[in-house]
Design a binder for this molecule. Structure first.
Ligand SMILES: NC(=O)c1ccc[n+]([C@@H]2O[C@H](COP(=O)([O-])OP(=O)(O)OC[C@H]3O[C@@H](n4cnc5c(N)ncnc54)[C@H](O)[C@@H]3O)[C@@H](O)[C@H]2O)c1
Length: 441
């Protein structure tokens, strides 16, 4: 199959590379010429484990190329995927469809033979029908169908998620489009990964419902964590005990500083908006958004408490600023509210992150970037763990505590136990969802 992938961000690039690895001919298009130049040089503009290698293999095999020229990529393609951003629209929380609709119009002008125009971007109910209308209006002769194919990959594990998905969801209006989509995903079908064919609206809804559900699960355990702190329960034990119940499962039950990232915040807001537009407020999702926002404030209070409420002039070393490990993505990361609040309170903030500096240098003005945790901890007053990168999971706490002016630890990912912290020489400690915080003065 000949595929054009429009948008080479986290989703488009991974999808394009993986489709070429399936054996399809793929052209990845982006309107950002810097990205395309980098890709043509064999460099990957984002950090995603394994992507550079897989990309190089498929470029070398002649199945994968990059271009800014959408028209030539679409010319003769069996399927054209739209994988552009759908950020939150300013003001009303709705998904901003500007990029999707702009891409649809460009595609309309470039379609030559029959093609399926597939929306991979996360889009509200009815968008695929809108795309269809827009293409037909811009090019009444275009021979095409639309399909909705929401993506479920997780940044940091994107290739494995794409190659070994829990399921592939494809919304179509007829068999012709379904056949093309099944041919594209045939390598997965042969390996018995479920491919679910639905109508357009159900496919669009599955994506929002799945993300809102996962955001709800995280937020639920975060709220339980707050109650654990008040009551003496340990949220790690609680989530383990809950997760062992097969009806609940242990995933997305880790208490922390609240969900962030490129999807959950915007997709929960968009779902809430869709509900309001249909006169059916999504009350659970609206509450989840509110509770998650409040949680961010509680995290700031936690760190401030560790400093006895006075951050002015204190030096704080923050470990991890990306929204989760194994990505360079900073969109809606908890660090973007917590770090500025600490700086606003007069603290000097040092940051260590294996991949966050490139994106983070503009997003976190005023911080000092350090290469490793031990250097950042030198003469610091507090250490705050915000993202659980592997290299922060086995820190030599004793070595860290020794070099700090006042050894205080805020472990907002619950990596270390209060016992570990005390034994290592920390005199102050907070985590999430455990009552045994200490402040030995
Ligand atoms: N990031 C994730 O983990 C993830 C997971 C599942 C679904 N999604 C969804 O996938 C979509 C894309 O997300 P992303 O994180 O990859 O976005 P992104 O911002 O990383 O990438 C979007 C790319 O599209 C390009 N673009 C925009 N308009 C274009 C046009 N007309 N022609 C060519 N290129 C164009 C941009 O330059 C950019 O490179 C969103 O709807 C998102 O909700 C994202």
């Amino acid at each position: 199959m000949k595929i054009a992938m429009i948008g080479t961000g986290y989703v488009g690039l991974v999808s394009g590379v993986c489709f070429s690895d399936f054996g399809h001919d793929v052209v990845c298009v982006d309107k950002n010429p810097d990205k395309i130049e980098m890709l043509e040089r064999g460099e990957v503009p984002i950090y995603e484990p394994g992507l550079e290698q897989l990309m190089a293999t498929n470029v070398a095999a002649g199945r994968l190329s990059f271009s800014t020229d959408l028209a030539s990529a679409v010319d003769g393609a069996d399927a054209v995927f739209i994988a552009v951003g759908t950020p939150t629209r300013r003001g009303d929380g709705h998904a901003d469809l500007t990029y999707v609709m702009a891409a649809a119009e460009e595609i309309a002008r470039a379609i030559t033979g029959y093609a399926v125009v597939v929306t991979k971007s996360t889009v509200p109910l009815g968008t695929n029908r809108q795309v269809k209308q827009a293409i037909s209006k811009a090019n009444p002769d275009a021979d095409f169908d639309v399909a909705s194919n929401p993506e479920f990959l997780r940044e940091g594990a994107a290739i494995d998620d794409f190659m070994r998905p829990d399921r592939v969801v494809v919304g179509v209006q007829n068999d012709r489009a379904a056949d093309v989509m099944q041919e594209i995903y045939r390598p997965l079908y042969l390996r018995e990964f479920p491919i679910m064919i639905t109508d357009l609206e159900s496919a669009e809804m599955i994506k929002y419902a799945a993300n809102a559900f996962l955001a709800t699960k995280i937020t639920f355990i975060n709220e339980i964590a707050a109650l654990c702190e008040r009551t003496g329960a340990d949220v790690k034990m609680v989530s383990k005990g809950m997760g062992l119940d097969g009806r609940i499962g242990n995933k997305f039950l880790h208490a922390g500083p609240g969900y962030g990232g490129s999807c959950f915040p915007k997709d929960t807001k968009a779902l809430a908006r869709i509900g309001q537009e249909h006169g059916l407020p999504m009350q659970i999702t609206e509450t989840v958004i509110k509770v998650n926002d409040e949680l961010r404030r509680r995290m700031i209070e936690k760190v401030m408490d560790l400093l006895d409420g006075a951050a002015a002039g204190k030096t704080i070393a923050v470990l991890g600023v990306t929204f989760k490990p194994n990505t360079d993505d900073m969109r809606e990361a908890p660090s973007l509210t917590i770090v500025p609040a600490l700086i606003g309170a007069g603290a000097k903030v040092r940051v260590v992150d294996p991949q966050g500096q490139h994106e983070g240098k503009d997003l976190l003005p005023g911080v000092h970037w350090f290469e490793d945790a031990y250097k950042a901890a030198q003469n610091a007053d507090a250490l705050v763990i915000l993202t659980e990168w592997n290299e922060f999971r086995a820190l030599d706490l004793k070595r860290l505590a020794k070099r700090m002016t006042s050894p205080a630890l805020a472990d907002l990912r619950n990596i270390y136990s209060p016992r570990d912290a005390r034994r290592a020489g920390f005199t102050r400690y907070v985590s999430v969802g455990r009552a045994d915080h200490f402040n030995d003065g």
